[in-house]
Design a protein around this ligand. Sequence first.
Ligand SMILES: Nc1ncnc2c1ncn2[C@@H]1O[C@H](COP(=O)(O)OP(=O)(O)OP(=O)(O)O)[C@@H](O)[C@H]1O
Ligand SMILES: [Mg+2]
Length: 232
Amino acid sequence: MPVLQTKGLAIDFRGFRALAGVDLRVEAGVIHAIIGPNGAGKTTLFNLLSGLLRPTEGHILFENREITGWPAHAIVHLGLARSFQITSIFPHLSLLDNIRLARQSGTPLGYYFWLPETVLHRFDQDARTILESVGLAEAAGKPAQELSYGQKRALEIALTLALQPRMLLLDEPTAGLGVEDISRVVALIRQVARTRTVVLVEHNMGVVAALSDRITVLQRDAPSGRPAGVVW
Ligand SMILES: Nc1ncnc2c1ncn2[C@@H]1O[C@H](COP(=O)(O)OP(=O)(O)OP(=O)(O)O)[C@@H](O)[C@H]1O
Ligand SMILES: [Mg+2]
């Protein structure tokens, strides 16, 4: 029973067909990797799944519900969240405040800085638990800009967890990391995947082999009419 499914997904950028005929099936509870050459359309696929882009053709179903064309915030509310990028971390705010804001953005309170402290503190315990789960509890009070690159990648995952997703989309979570940080992030992904489905775009084949239950290969320039996604 797939938790996420795409049927014949395609998108054109001003006449340039970046994705065509993508039939993806992701089973509940697995770690599913998507691999393929640069420019194959992996990030574009994530942008479609998370509602940042609308497909030109095809359908997206999440937990049997058609979500094609839904706006990003509605998809997040359903429980499908993609990772934040380091660029969306607030550098001068503490880790705790970063997580509290992300946690709050997943509620009807929205993404407001000017809410009274008492309202923000409602999410304190949640935020601490999330920081603990990614190994950043001790840095909770530090400004995010003081973290190492590897710790910032862990914070990205923590920010996504704050949205309480049942499915997590991670785009190149180990990109730019040294060997030690890679094994930390691999362990972290394995841990968060215990209670969630994870879809992962990754170029590091060691990471893919270590983590994945399923692998889909996205081909570039798939001849039209032929599925671009090949599932192993
Ligand atoms: N907003 C856009 N406008 C025009 N073309 C785009 C846009 N976004 C992506 N593309 C094009 O779509 C194709 C797929 O890009 P995408 O970034 O999804 O590839 P990718 O598989 O994630 O590559 P990489 O492994 O390098 O991250 C590329 O040819 C890219 O130039
Ligand atoms: Mg990409």
